[in-house]
Write a protein that binds this ligand. Structure first.
Ligand code: ATP
Length: 441
């Protein structure tokens, strides 16, 4: 069937359309919406949580399970507050903040243009440094001695466990420790739906290497990470690697790249990959008084490993995948919205649809669904007209639908409809699983 991409995807409107689709279909919702919401926090619905789990599984599979040089950990969100002093976060994890003297709205100084608020002409205050870490209290007293932080990154949980991993595994540099988990940042201006959040999830790898090899590994990881996004089906022309300029680098960093995506609001960071030297291990060794060095008994040398860190966001990956997959197409005189999600991340891979709500179609479709469920992420749906059900499956990105019709009882076959080509092929029920496997994997 002939389909045509609609001319010119209006980029700014795309975000609105996506957020509306996300809500309508259950990908994500504004947190606490019935109370007016809370800025910078979003809740994930049934399809959203499925998509996120698929993203995380894909990351874990490629970064941990398919490698013999990386192990995983799962550290606490709350840590001894000395961690954040040693890591430099208490001192330096800040953004410059300005306030409009007229309306008292606050902004990141590096995100405003000029000395006045565009909206009302109010003058901005001098910029002051604002620490982005959330604070809370541990234990029954609420004073400064019991203050702890919600971690603003998962990486420090890895560094403080470095010696534990060395001592409890057979890992030797070059090797990595990976972690997926929540992080919290009191961003001055959260926004762009799930792009900049105050509560989000990170997927981080700290890869420990002999000092002389650091740049070689930075090069290696930037390529690997770009490949991962491509394997999830994100279009190459919307991705780029950007090297940090000298004046952009943190003082301890030897080099860094961002994987960037062309969002409707412009090219922005999707993932950071940085060569951090021995900054973190050295800082924790000094502050804790514990030896974090590694003795290489082949070259008989003791050293503090250097670190290459690829650090990605689950939420940003999800937004990217959704935006990149969003298509509007003209089919005959109808317009359809379709998420061309890669089968590896699609929340539903196969929809099983009886053509009508009559027997024996429903029983037959349920039996087919039952058979396919152990092998694919499936969904059975017998509500509404078949056309509406196809539209729904297109909108949630389901790559294939199996339709059970009135012929099925006599010819023991069903139709596989492809989301992207909108083609239909007749397949015997006994061959359904294999036919789907070939298409999906
Ligand atoms: P930005 O410059 O956008 O503030 P950053 O350089 O501070 O980001 P990193 O500290 O390098 O970000 O964090 C690594 C990754 O974690 C980011 O590439 C992003 O995917 C994710 N991330 C960081 N901050 C947020 C946030 N506020 N909301 C959602 N994801 C985030």
């Amino acid at each position: 069937m002939a389909t045509a991409a609609l001319p010119e995807r209006a980029r700014p409107a795309l975000m609105e359309k996506l957020v509306s689709l996300a809500k309508r279909r259950g990908f994500f919702f504004q947190s606490s919406e019935i109370y007016g919401g809370i800025q910078g926090v979003w809740d994930y619905g049934p399809l959203g949580v499925a998509l996120r789990n698929n993203i995380k599984r894909s990351w874990w599979r490629s970064m941990v399970e398919l490698r013999d040089d990386v192990v995983g950990i799962d550290a606490g969100i709350l840590m001894n507050p000395r961690v954040w002093v040693a890591s430099g976060h208490v001192q330096n994890f800040t953004d410059p903040l300005v306030e409009c003297k007229k309306c008292h709205q606050r902004f990141r100084a590096d995100q405003v243009s000029g000395p006045r608020h565009e909206a009302d002409g109010g003058e901005f205050t001098e910029a002051r440094q604002f620490n982005l870490m959330f604070k809370t209290f541990m234990g029954p007293a609420e004073d400064s001695s019991t203050q702890v932080y919600l971690r603003p990154e998962t990486a420090q949980g890895i560094f403080v466990n470095f010696a534990n991993i060395l001592n409890s595994t057979r890992m030797r540099p070059p090797f990595g420790i990976a972690q997926i988990g929540k992080a919290f940042r009191n961003e001055i201006t959260p926004g762009n739906s799930i792009f900049r959040l105050r509560e989000f999830e990170q997927m981080e790898l700290e890869y420990f290497v002999p000092p002389a090899d650091e740049m070689k590994w930075l090069d290696y990881w930037k390529e690997q990470r770009l490949e991962w996004y491509l394997a999830l089906g994100i279009r190459r022309e919307h991705l780029r690697l950007r090297a940090h300029a000298k004046d952009e680098l943190a003082h301890y960093a030897r080099g860094a790249f961002d994987v960037e995506y062309e969002f409707p609001f412009g090219w922005s960071e999707l993932e950071g990959i940085a060569a951090r030297g021995d900054f973190d291990l050295a800082a924790h060794q000094k502050a804790s008084g514990k030896d974090l060095s590694y003795f290489d008994d082949i070259i008989r040398e003791r050293y503090l490993p250097h670190v290459v860190e690829p650090s990605a966001g689950v939420d940003r990956s999800m937004l990217t995948i959704l935006i990149d997959a969003y298509h509007e197409e003209q089919v005959r005189d109808e317009q359809r919205v379709v998420l061309k999600l890669h089968p590896s991340v699609a929340p539903v891979q196969v929809a099983i649809l009886p053509l009508s709500r009559k027997e024996p179609l429903m029983a037959s479709a349920q039996a087919v669904e039952h058979e396919l469920r152990p092998f694919f992420r499936t969904e059975y749906d017998d509500t509404q007209s078949i056309g509406k059900r196809y539209r729904r499956q297109d909108e949630i990105g389901t790559p294939y639908a199996v339709t059970i019709d009135f012929e099925t009882a006599t010819d023991q076959s069903a139709t596989i409809r492809s989301r992207d080509e909108m083609s239909q092929v007749r397949v015997p029920l006994t061959g359904l699983r294999q036919a789907l496997q070939e298409r999906l994997h």
